[in-house]
Design a protein around this ligand. Structure first.
Ligand code: NAP
Length: 484
């Protein structure tokens, strides 16, 4: 059973089918395949990782319209890949999974939906990712006007001529603010923290470039490799903020100074933390949009809503028609509020009481044959999450092949192995830029739970070959124990 039909879930299904696991079902909460690329349809939505890398290694396209594809193009790509490999037939849409319960007696999982349907499974792959539950800020009072989150854009609401507030200036907001700024009457952009920017114009590829990629052997592979290494160089800068990181901050500084000539505006947008600590934003259009006559950057904290007004801490009130929340996701919640219980009825919430952690971000001790994709410490600040997901899919397939080979019921990572790998992951953050500020990568205690601390190639190497000695095997009920 796979939960979630985004890139992770589709990658897992393709891998399993390819290796002869045919009894695969995918439960998806949305109305179709796509995950985050279905839900995030805000104006200007596009990936800031170039498509030659932000795509499956086994389904390379040579006809991307531009460097960083728009949301619709990515969604169509994923749907096409799923269709070509017969995965779409395995997906049941509109199913909100509420619980996954392991039963010690039968050594199987029972997956239940919010509308009380049930499925039995030998293995569960939770591919709900880190970016699927919109986060709303706690703000005093109630806003009387219209509002929505960037991950649930209200396309029926006509923004033309309206007085609009955007709360948040993260990766999503910097994509839609330049798109809506020319339409709205007045735009108030509420920024809590400034960001580091790098250029991204993302114009459609010229014809000669498309021709080159399509017809000249090796150009496609070269581009993918080049972008891969560019991503690794970002990680290099984040890992070494005092030395190589300075190259990144210098490049960003020069770009941002050119983009914002007004010294007062520049002072207000300038980040007060180390380059790379939060996600570096790629946009050549957001900062100039702030200079438009109908756009105001507000850095004063929001004190509350009063009717159709937003009140800032300095007592100033702004009348609004609409509030758009660009405030990101409940990233530390992973699959919660889904109830997951493992051996002895122990809940995952209990296991993760001090923060989420999993061996290779995939396996949690005491939860046999439960696998998390894009789980704890597998997010990347420089690179493509799809590479991680492909690597995870292959790792999970190896785990299930072992279960089959040993005629076992399930596979469970040894607690000491998981604890040691978690310690090693956490230790690798020391001295990196990620530790230099607060961000959505950290949980409430400050532990970094979202990101992988190293390079893409290190993660791929770490999960390439599953080591059976790191696991125990749950016997099929009433059969002999399975040798380690
Ligand atoms: P985000 O990066 O978490 O940004 C949320 C924004 O809302 C930040 O500016 C944050 O300020 C602000 N905010 C949050 N809570 C607030 C509060 N209570 N009061 C005031 N401001 C508040 O969310 P996102 O922009 O949706 O992006 C999330 C992630 O999705 C990205 O980091 C990225 O990984 C992914 N993404 C990727 C792409 C892509 O092109 N590949 C595009 C969009 C998103 P602070 O900075 O002060 O916390």
């Amino acid at each position: 059973m796979i939960i979630g039909a985004g890139f992770g879930g589709i990658a897992a299904a393709i891998e399993l089918l390819r290796y002869g696991f045919t009894d695969v079902t995918i439960l998806e909460r949305g109305p179709g395949i796509g995950g985050t690329w279905r839900f995030n349809s805000y104006p200007g939505a596009a990936c800031d990782v170039p498509s030659h890398l932000y795509s499956f290694s086994f389904a390379q396209r040579r006809d991307w319209s531009r460097l960083c594809s728009p949301q619709q193009e990515i969604l169509e790509y994923l749907e096409g890949v799923a269709r070509d490999r017969g995965i779409d037939r395995l997906v049941q849409t509109g199913v909100e999974v509420a619980a996954c319960r392991w039963d010690d007696a039968s050594a199987t999982w029972t997956v239940s939906s919010a509308d009380n349907r049930q499925w039995e499974a030998d293995a569960v792959i939770v591919a709900t990712g880190q970016l699927h539950q919109p986060s709303f800020p706690r703000i005093e009072g109630t806003f009387a006007g219209h509002s929505f989150h960037s991950a649930a854009w209200d396309h029926d609401y006509d923004l033309r001529g309206k007085r609009v507030a955007v709360i948040g200036t993260g990766a999503s907001a910097v994509q839609f603010v330049p798109e809506i700024a020319p339409l709205v009457g007045r735009l108030h952009v509420f920024q809590r923290t400034g960001n580091w920017f790098l250029p991204r114009e993302n114009r459609p590829y010229p014809r000669w470039m498309r021709w080159l990629v399509q017809h000249v052997p090796g150009v496609q592979e070269f581009r993918r490799r080049f972008i891969y290494e560019y991503g690794e160089s970002l990680t290099l800068m984040i890992r070494h903020p005092r030395t190589l990181g300075r190259i990144g901050s210098l490049k960003s500084t020069l770009f941002m100074r050119k983009q914002v000539p007004d010294p007062e505006l520049r002072r207000r947008i300038w980040p007060d933390y180390t380059f790379g600590c939060k996600r570096v934003l790629f946009s050549s259009f957001f900062l100039p949009a702030l200079g438009r006559p109908n756009v105001e950057l507000v850095t004063e904290p929001i004190a509350g809503f009063a009717g159709d007004r937003v009140v800032t801490a300095d007592g100033r009130e702004r009348e609004l028609d609409c509030v758009i929340y660009g405030t990101g996701f409940k990233t530390n919640d992973f699959m919660f509020p889904m109830e997951i219980s493992g051996t002895g009825g122990r809940s995952l919430r209990e296991a993760w009481a001090e923060g989420p952690h999993a061996h290779n971000g995939i396996c949690v001790p005491g939860f046999p044959s439960l696998f998390v994709m894009y789980g704890p410490n597998t997010n990347t600040s420089g690179g493509s999450i799809i590479l991680y997901e492909e690597a995870q899919a292959a790792y999970i397939r190896q785990a299930l092949a072992l279960v089959r080979a040993r005629a076992a019921a399930a596979i469970d990572v040894r607690p000491e192995v998981e604890a040691a790998s978690d310690r090693a992951v956490q230790a690798r953050f020391a001295g990196t830029a990620w530790t230099a500020c607060d961000s959505w990568y950290r949980d409430q205690s400050g532990r970094i739970v979202a990101n992988w601390p190293g390079y893409m190639r290190e993660y791929e190497a770490a999960v390439r070959v599953l080591d059976p000695s790191e696991f125990t095997f749950v016997p099929i009920p009433d059969r002999e124990p399975v040798a380690a």
